[in-house]
Design a protein around this ligand. Structure first.
Ligand code: PLP
Length: 393
């Protein structure tokens, strides 16, 4: 049986690992050398040098990441933003136009709005739920379409099959940020996407201790993006490669646990009178529940919810939590909570936020791998404390 046919749990451990182990080492050693003896390389991009993303640590990760998403090739980068910006700058040139879903990660949104116009690249946003409206935004120079698998912070799941079909009809390159799902829950190449992007800082590494990114796709696109990255310089240091590879090995164990825990927490919160609304695609009442079941192998550890009270109750609730840490980012082993109105969406006006469905009392949770019973007990006591103080519930 080839690695390609194996299950993701097995691939995480064995795919890409050197077949003749270096010095017999079972764990891949760190090759902390900036340059390597020449072996007659004649092309600039083949010179063995850290910035050119070709140390043994890079090669190993590239093979593993490609196999995880059943794609041809992969490339690690110094951050998720390095993956996203380098991919967009490879696909788009002066005079090109991009279509992007309206709810994107803030850093990506800012790059599209603030940096691309200066390079002569324009963009229009398309509504997630209305594929009929996408055609009206097409221009003669539209080159690509950019989406996220699960959106932040409302955890919506776009009609990803419609995105690929639309792109095929109109000759567009498809890019998808697969960070929130991780390769465990969604593999873009299997659904026809050209380029999958990750902030490996999140689920892929899973231990909240590095920043890294990845581009996964066919050989042609990954090759072109690698050449651009070689020039822009956003390469990942071998020690961070080592940590990422180590973290990735437990992705399936973590993600399975996080999928289940988020589902249990969402169901618990849904039954609480002090909670107005819970956003989690694993809930039968979520507008994209059926689509999520069709596209995803799990709904991830990300959920958000609105308290019935106001900002005061939200602040008291977060303060009363004993386990989740009040911090941005996501996808690690420890649970985190944030208030999107103060973090990812703070750049928007209150009107824009309310249009986007991000209220001031929305709380986002990244569920970790703690015992879910402990997390639920913690949420329960924090809700009681938060609402007892004002006698609301
Ligand atoms: N994409 C998503 C969905 C994210 O949430 C983030 C960071 O929060 C990024 C990309 C950027 O990743 P990084 O911080 O690794 O550059």
């Amino acid at each position: 049986m080839s690695n390609k046919e194996r299950r993701i749990d097995t691939k995480l451990i064995h795919a890409g690992e050197p077949r003749a182990r270096f010095g017999g080492a079972v764990a891949m050693p760190v090759f902390q050398s900036s340059t390597f003896e020449s072996q007659g390389e004649s092309d600039y991009h083949d010179i063995r040098y850290i910035r050119l993303n070709n140390t043994p640590n890079h090669h190993c990760l590239h093979r593993k990441l490609a196999e995880l998403e059943n794609a041809q090739d992969a490339l690690v980068t110094s951050s998720g933003m390095a993956a996203i910006t380098t991919a967009l700058l490879t696909v788009l040139s002066n005079g090109d136009h991009l279509l992007a879903h309206s709810s994107l990660y803030g850093g990506t949104h800012d790059f599209i709005n603030k940096d691309l116009p200066g390079l002569g690249i324009s963009a229009d946003y398309i509504p997630l739920e209305d594929p009929q409206a996408w055609v009206a935004k097409l221009r003669g120079n539209t080159r690509a379409i950019y989406v996220e698998t699960i959106t932040n912070p409302l955890v919506q799941v776009a009609d990803l099959e419609a995105v690929v079909e639309f792109a095929r009809q109109h000759g567009l390159v498809t890019l998808i940020d697969n960070t929130f799902a991780s390769p465990f829950n969604f593999r873009p190449a299997e659904w026809g996407f050209d380029i999958s992007l990750h902030s490996c800082t999140k689920y892929l590494n899973g231990h909240t201790d590095i920043v890294a990114g990845a581009v996964i796709g066919n050989e042609d696109w990954v090759g072109r993006i690698r050449h651009k990255l070689n020039h822009l310089g956003g390469s990942l240091d071998p020690h961070a490669c080592f940590l990422l590879q180590r973290g990735m090995k437990t992705l399936a164990l973590r993600m399975r646990h996080q999928n289940r825990s988020a589902q249990a927490i969402a169901e618990f919160l849904e039954g609480q009178p002090s909670v107005r609304k819970v956003n989690y695609p694993g809930l039968a009442g979520h507008p994209h529940h059926q689509r999520a079941r069709h596209l995803l192998d799990g709904c991830s550890g990300m959920l958000s919810f609105e308290l019935a009270g106001g900002v005061e109750e939200v602040e008291r609730f977060i303060e009363a939590l004993a386990l989740p840490v009040y911090a941005p980012s996501l996808g690690g082993v420890e649970s985190l909570v944030t208030r999107p109105a103060l973090t990812s969406h703070s750049g928007m006006s209150p009107e824009q936020r309310s249009q986007a469905g991000v209220s001031d009392n929305l709380i986002r949770v990244s569920v970790g791998i703690e015992a879910v019973e402990d997390l639920i007990e913690d949420f329960e006591q924090a809700l009681k404390k938060s609402f007892r103080a004002v006698g609301a519930v």
